[in-house]
Design a binder for this molecule. Structure first.
Ligand SMILES: *[C@@H]1O[C@H](CO)[C@@H](O)[C@H](O)[C@H]1NC(C)=O
Ligand SMILES: *[C@@H]1O[C@H](CO)[C@@H](O)[C@H](O)[C@H]1NC(C)=O
Ligand SMILES: *[C@@H]1O[C@H](CO)[C@@H](O)[C@H](O)[C@H]1NC(C)=O
Ligand SMILES: *[C@@H]1O[C@H](CO)[C@@H](O)[C@H](O)[C@H]1NC(C)=O
Ligand SMILES: *[C@@H]1O[C@H](CO)[C@@H](O)[C@H](O)[C@H]1NC(C)=O
Ligand SMILES: *[C@@H]1O[C@H](CO)[C@@H](O)[C@H](O)[C@H]1NC(C)=O
Ligand SMILES: *[C@@H]1O[C@H](CO)[C@@H](O)[C@H](O)[C@H]1NC(C)=O
Ligand SMILES: *[C@@H]1O[C@H](CO)[C@@H](O)[C@H](O)[C@H]1NC(C)=O
Ligand SMILES: *[C@@H]1O[C@H](CO)[C@@H](O)[C@H](O)[C@H]1NC(C)=O
Ligand SMILES: *[C@@H]1O[C@H](CO)[C@@H](O)[C@H](O)[C@H]1NC(C)=O
Ligand SMILES: *[C@@H]1O[C@H](CO)[C@@H](O)[C@H](O)[C@H]1NC(C)=O
Ligand SMILES: *[C@@H]1O[C@H](CO)[C@@H](O)[C@H](O)[C@H]1NC(C)=O
Length: 793
């Protein structure tokens, strides 16, 4: 599946707007009268004026210009042509007196035949729901309309301006009709008591107050009807049934009469009440406080669009269906299908209820909202907000804050998210952000086949902080694509402030995690003060990242990370590792690490016992270590790193980059007795020799250097010089009995002697000296792991 196409700006609602797209059927040459100079002053009006000198009629091209008295993006200049005109082009310029550099850089155009229902110019692209923006360019900017605008009223709405919105404008066109429309409207001032149908010939239906649809009454609104709410208190409470039978390309619209259609909170909205049913097909709801709100069991939205509301939708409850796969769910189960909630403050706010019903959403979009696309939270002070959300094939893109946010404090909350084939792109903050403080017992998520890209903070952030509670988290991320998220791709941080550990089972499988460059931060980072859990990191590709995977658990943790069949490619960072593990058991098997350039490849900062087998390490560059060991030496435990391909046949080269007991005698030993010498890993070789005790002459130091494991009984006293340098620690193994005398041992930094077998030092009359090679640096001394110490002279 090509996931990237899912996230582009699709035109899946284009048909709704087809009606506003006309052919350029008028010759701009013949329909080209200049209009404004012939218009009376009272044909101009404006949302506000700065002063009498800059009133609305001063917007005529040859006058001084209109300047708005208020300072926001909803100010407008309106021209009433008193008949139906076709406008083919306009010219605009700044006000005459360049007083305080007043300047409008961009504006939108709205038009209306009746002054009630306004249409934004050029909304035929789905992301231009608020209309095309025209930029002011030259001293005089000419804009040729294609399609032309047939209208009585036209409104100019500056959206980018310096100081106050202001402009002058000339219209070009020709008259088409003396009467703009038949101006029939239906005014509704009472509740709907009986079954009622509104048909297009009654449209527009004007509502200036709050009305109710009574229980048992059904209001059916046919396709093509416009319902206009003319006061901020106006709205509909649905105790009975509201049914909108829209059809494709013939919208049924619920709107205010305010000309600038991006202005929110002009009426209350449609509110589902207990026992009521709302079903909307091909409806448009805009400019409300809350477009639709109520219990989602009684609400079904399909092929609808909600925009310019404070909250597009606010739903609680849900259905009792417990299907877990998209394919088992019937269409009638879905609360929201093929519906967009865009350019609101919040696209949709949800919470469930104690019964933990499911809310189903499919093929919908919550994008371009000023805050979050989808919010799960405890609004209305519901005693419990347990929420089960199933979200499929949906987009949560381009929101100013997060795509999906679930955040709350002080509430008991069970949250369960099933998300499939959805897109979280270009949000200002996180793609998906789950955040909790206090009392949070359970959160489960299962997110698959989804895309998290170019979010301003993280792809997925999961941040929980808990006092005296059990945090139990079963989560999975499968088959997702994380790319270009500006901070981290996936970040989990958990803090439990009492003795309890956070419990977490987590599966990260089949994801592609690529392209982020947040300096000195791991692309995937998991941290907890106290954690018990099992992490399966399987079949993923980590590509082109600043730092790979980090698990940083606090000291009382019991964590196992099992990484299998992952590819790590082009991971880089001066202080970073491909894998960083702390207080965790790592099973790292059958992975490939290639073309990485990091400080350490695998950093076992504070580990337990680990398996690192059957991996291929190819073409990597490390500053410090291929494997860095932080864990303490134990004679019975070691880190098993057998059966890997290390990218070279020269195991001395590899061993020199494994920072274990031989470089620091207090650290654990990494066993590499069996290795693959070819990248296809056909047959393993047994090469214990690299760790065996060796004596070599170093010409640079001009001395013998020693180090390694002594396995048998021997005496070391036959050097040509009587000082030898210990550049790898010496382990005296089980059953070995070693006698050292008459030699000076210079230990380099952190090297030492580990004794599991027997060591005898010195001989009568022949001193043995053990000392630091460089007096500035410490060596680690002698560690005894058997009977103990006997001293003699
Ligand atoms: C429309 O008229 C203006 C002058 O009023 C002229 O500058 C412009 O070229 C004309 N447009 C066309 C397409 O003829
Ligand atoms: C608008 O201002 C102009 C001067 O710019 C003035 O001639 C005109 O009378 C004013 N109109 C109104 C309605 O105040
Ligand atoms: C239409 O009629 C209403 C009253 O019924 C009136 O207020 C409004 O101005 C009329 N609109 C037009 C464009 O004539
Ligand atoms: C709402 O619809 C459900 C079924 O979808 C039905 O059981 C219920 O009676 C309806 N309520 C009303 C008020 O019509
Ligand atoms: C929920 O799942 C159980 C067990 O799978 C099943 O018996 C029950 O019918 C389901 N309930 C609904 C409402 O689908
Ligand atoms: C999480 O998974 C574990 C093991 O599969 C199970 O024992 C536990 O009950 C699950 N927790 C939740 C909250 O589902
Ligand atoms: C990853 O995807 C492959 C192919 O779809 C599948 O065979 C494998 O089981 C998946 N791995 C995991 C851990 O789900
Ligand atoms: C290796 O990684 C570096 C960046 O670390 C990149 O510039 C280079 O193209 C990569 N080479 C290959 C063969 O992928
Ligand atoms: C290692 O890198 C070199 C040069 O960048 C390339 O030619 C070679 O194919 C790489 N080896 C592997 C096994 O990828
Ligand atoms: C292996 O590497 C070591 C250390 O760099 C070097 O001294 C030795 O010559 C190399 N051996 C072979 C066979 O290349
Ligand atoms: C001390 O040991 C050295 C060999 O390490 C030997 O040459 C020398 O004779 C010994 N001295 C005594 C007094 O045994
Ligand atoms: C051994 O170490 C001492 C310092 O402890 C130093 O003075 C001496 O030069 C070293 N010997 C050799 C051969 O480097």
């Amino acid at each position: 599946m090509n996931l990237s196409c899912l996230c582009g700006i699709e035109i899946f609602y284009s048909l709704i707007f087809l009606l506003s797209v006309h052919k350029l059927n008028i010759d701009a040459v013949t329909c080209n009268e200049s209009l404004t100079s012939d218009l009376r002053d009272d044909q101009f009006s404006a949302s506000s004026v700065y002063s009498a000198d800059y009133n609305a009629s001063s917007a005529k091209f040859e006058k001084g210009g209109w300047v708005a008295g208020e300072n926001d993006v909803y100010q407008y200049l309106q021209i009433d042509l008193k008949g139906l005109w076709e406008i083919t082009s306009i010219t605009t310029q700044d006000i005459a007196d360049q007083w305080y550099w007043h300047h409008t850089q961009a504006f939108r155009i709205f038009h209306s035949k009746d002054g009630l229902i306004w249409t934004a110019y050029n909304t035929y692209l789905s992301d231009e729901i608020l209309g095309e923006t025209f930029n002011r360019q030259d001293k005089v900017t000419k804009i040729q309309f294609n399609p032309t605008i047939k209208t009585r009223f036209i409104v100019f709405n500056p959206v980018e301006y310096r100081w106050h919105p202001s402009m002058r404008v000339e219209l070009y066109g020709c008259k088409r009709n003396d009467v703009a429309s038949n101006n029939i409207s239906t005014i509704i001032g009472t509740n709907i008591e009986y079954d009622t149908v509104w048909i297009p010939s009654q449209s527009p239906v004007i509502i200036d107050r709050h009305i109710s649809i009574r229980p048992l009454a059904t209001l059916t609104i046919q396709a093509g009807v416009s319902v206009i709410f003319t006061s901020s208190d106006a709205g509909i409470d649905v105790y009975g049934t509201l049914r909108v039978n829209g059809i494709e390309a013939v919208e049924t619209i619920f709107t205010s009469s305010f000309p600038v259609t991006s202005k929110k909170e002009q009426w209350k909205g449609i509110s589902h009440q207990p026992g009521g049913n709302i079903s909307l097909w091909y409806a448009v709801i805009r400019q409300a406080t809350s477009g639709i709100q109520g219990d989602s069991i009684g609400i079904h939205l399909s092929h609808s669009i909600i925009y310019a509301c404070d909250t597009g939708m606010q739903l609680s409850g849900g259905t009792t269906s417990n299907a877990t796969s998209e394919h088992e769910i019937s269409d009638s189960t879905f609360t929201i299908l093929h519906t967009r909630s865009v350019h609101n403050t919040y696209g949709i706010r949800l919470h469930g209820s104690e019964q933990r019903p499911h809310i189903y959403i499919d093929q919908s979009e919550f994008s371009f909202n000023d805050k979050h696309g989808l919010v799960i939270e405890n609004w209305n002070d519901a005693s419990s907000t347990d929420t089960v959300l199933h979200l499929y094939n949906s987009k949560l893109n381009d929101n100013s804050e997060s795509g999906l946010l679930s955040s709350s404090a002080y509430t008991k909350l069970v949250l369960s998210l099933v998300i499939e084939k959805s897109c979280f792109s270009r949000n200002g903050e996180n793609g998906l952000y789950l955040s909790r403080y206090l009392n949070e017992p359970t959160a489960i998520f299962d997110i698959s086949y989804s895309v998290f890209e170019e979010n301003g903070y993280n792809g997925v952030e999961y941040k929980y902080s808990c006092w005296y509670c059990d945090l139990s988290l079963n989560n999975s991320l499968r088959h997702n694509h994380f790319t270009h998220n500006k901070r981290l791709q996936i970040v989990f941080s958990f803090t439990n402030h009492d003795d309890q550990a956070v419990m977490m089972n987590f599966v990260l499988a089949n994801n592609t995690i690529e392209k982020h460059s947040y300096n000195e931060r791991y692309a995937v980072s998991i941290g907890a003060n106290r954690l018990i859990g099992m992490f399966e990191i399987v079949d993923n590709t980590f590509y082109n990242l600043h730092g790979g995977f980090r698990m940083d658990a606090g000291s009382d943790s019991s964590v196992q990370v099992s990484m299998r069949n992952n590819i790590f490619e082009n991971i880089y960072g001066k202080t970073m590792s491909v894998i960083y593990i702390s207080n965790t058991i790592l099973n790292f098997v059958e992975n490939k690490i290639t073309n990485c350039s990091v400080n350490n490849l695998i950093n076992l900062a504070d580990g337990l016992s680990h398996l690192i087998n059957n991996n291929r390490l190819i073409n990597n560059t490390v500053n410090s270590c291929i494997i860095r060991v932080g864990e303490k030496y134990s004679k019975i435990k070691s880190i098993n790193a057998d059966y890997n391909y290390w990218g070279t046949k020269n195991m001395s080269l590899v061993k020199a980059c494994i920072c274990d007991v031989f470089l620091n005698s207090s650290k654990a030993r990494v066993l590499t007795d069996y290795v693959f010498l070819d990248p296809l890993m056909t047959s393993a070789q047994h090469i214990p020799a690299v760790d065996d005790f060796q004596i070599t002459f170093d010409t640079d130091l001009d001395a013998y250097v020693i180090g390694g494991v002594i396995k048998s009984t021997s005496s070391l006293s036959t050097f040509e010089s009587n000082t030898v340098i210990v550049n790898r620690s010496v382990i005296i193994n089980y059953s070995a009995d070693v006698h050292l005398f008459g030699i000076t041992f210079n230990f380099t930094a952190n090297r030492g002697l580990i004794i599991i077998g027997n060591l005898r030092l010195g001989e009568t009359g022949n001193r043995t000296i053990l000392q630091a090679h460089n007096v500035q640096q410490q060596w680690n001394g002698i560690h005894l792991f058997n009977e103990g110490l006997k001293t003699n002279k």
